[in-house]
Design a protein around this ligand. Structure first.
Ligand code: RIB
Ligand code: CA
Length: 309
C-alpha cells in the first residue's frame, strides 16, 4: 500500500525530482504550492507543468505568496528566473484548482485517514493549516520535511533556505505536535548528492521525464558549482519523500528541535538539541545518515518506470 501524501512545494529543481519520485512511490492526494525558490505564480506554474509532464492527474492548489511576517525571499541564483531553468518549457495547459492551498490541506486531511504532509519549501501553508485547524495534527500519519539543518546552513552560516524564508511558520510547525516528524536537513541532504554520472545514467533511460530531469540537473549542477566548490549537488527534496517510502535508508535520532526566529546571526536556524538529555520534548526524528547509492538507485528505477516519450 503506497503512503498517501500531500506535497507542499516551491518548484524548484529538487522539488521537481521529489514530485517525479513521489508520483511512482506514493499516492499523491494533491500538490500545494508556496512562495519560495521563486514567486508563487512561478512555483505554481512549475508545479502544473510537472504534473502534465509526468501525467499526474491531481489537484494543484496555490498557497501563500509571502511568509507569515517577513517579506518574500527567493533563490533565483540556484533555480533561475523561472524557478525551473534549464529544460525547454512546454506550454502549460491547466490552471490551479484554487488559490486556497490551506483549505485543501485541511479538507484533505479531514477527509482521508493516514495522510502524510510532505512540505519541501517554506512552511507557510502548513503553519496556517495547523493554526486554522488544530484537529488535523492528530489526524495526519506524520510529516516529513526537507528543511533546517543539524549543522550548517546554506543561506547563512546557520540557516537553511526553507526555514530561513519563513522562520515564524517553521516555529509553529515544529511546535504543533505533529508526529512522527521527520526532518531531512542540510546535514543529511549534503550526503545525497548527484554528479555527472547520474546525469549520464538519466540520459541513458530515454524517456521524456528522465530527459527533463537530466536537463534540470545540467542547470542545477552548473549553478551550484558556480557558487560552491562542491562537485556533487545535494538533492534535497527527494530525501523528504524517501524518508517515508524507504526509512530503512536513513539513520534518525530523536531530538528536540526549535526554530530561532529573532537572532541577528541565527534567525532561521533549527536549534537541534544533541545533548541527549534535557527536559524538552523530543519532537523530531532528525535524519543524520542516508544510504546514498541505494537512494540514487531507487531514484533511477523510478525514472525508468515512466513511459512518457
Ligand atoms: O535549502 C534547500 C531547500 O530550499 C530545497 O527545498 C530547495 O528546493 C529550496 O526550497
Ligand atoms: Ca523546495
Amino acid at each position: 500500500m503506497k503512503p498517501k501524501i500531500i506535497i507542499d512545494c516551491d518548484p524548484g529543481h529538487d522539488d521537481a525530482i521529489a514530485i517525479m519520485m513521489a508520483c511512482q512511490l506514493t499516492e499523491i492526494l494533491g500538490i500545494t504550492t508556496v512562495s519560495g525558490n521563486a514567486p508563487l505564480d512561478l512555483t505554481t506554474d512549475n508545479a502544473l507543468l510537472l504534473t502534465e509532464l509526468v501525467g499526474l492527474n491531481v489537484e494543484v492548489h496555490a498557497g501563500a505568496e509571502k511568509p507569515l511576517l517577513l517579506p518574500p525571499r527567493h533563490a533565483e541564483e540556484a533555480h533561475g528566473k523561472t524557478g525551473l531553468d534549464g529544460p525547454s518549457r512546454p506550454k502549460v495547459k491547466r490552471s490551479a484548482n484554487s488559490s486556497d492551498a490551506v483549505r485543501f490541506i485541511i479538507d484533505t486531511v479531514r477527509d482521508n485517514d493516514d495522510v502524510w504532509l510532505v512540505p519541501i519549501g517554506p512552511l507557510t501553508n502548513v503553519a496556517l493549516a495547523v493554526q486554522q485547524a488544530p484537529d488535523i495534527v492528530e489526524r495526519v500519519a506524520g510529516i516529513s520535511i526537507m528543511g533546517g539543518s543539524a549543522t550548517v546552513g546554506n543561506v547563512t552560516a546557520t540557516a537553511e533556505f526553507n526555514v530561513w524564508a519563513d522562520p515564524h511558520a517553521a516555529s509553529i510547525v515544529f511546535s504543533a505536535g505533529l508526529q512522527p516528524f521527520r526532518m531531512a536537513g542540510l546535514n543529511l541532504t549534503h550526503k545525497f548528492g548527484i554528479d555527472e554520472q547520474i546525469i549520464t545514467d538519466l540520459r541513458g533511460i530515454n524517456n521524456q521525464v528522465a530527459d527533463f530531469a537530466a536537463d534540470l540537473f545540467d542547470f542545477y549542477l552548473m549553478s551550484y558549482q558556480k557558487r560552491t566548490r562542491g562537485q556533487r549537488v545535494p538533492l534535497h527534496d527527494p530525501c523528504a519523500v524517501l524518508a517515508i517510502t524507504h526509512p530503512e535508508l536513513f539513520e534518525f535520532e530523536l531530538r528536540n528541535v526549535t526554530v530561532e526566529t529573532e537572532g541577528v546571526y541565527t534567525r532561521g536556524m533549527t536549534v537541534v538539541d544533541q545533548r541527549g538529555w534535557g527536559d524538552q520534548p523530543l519532537n523530531c526524528e532528525v535524519a543524520y545518515e542516508i544510504d546514498r547509492d541505494r537512494g540514487m538507485q531507487i531514484f533511477l528505477e523510478t525514472m525508468e518506470t515512466y513511459t512518457v516519450s
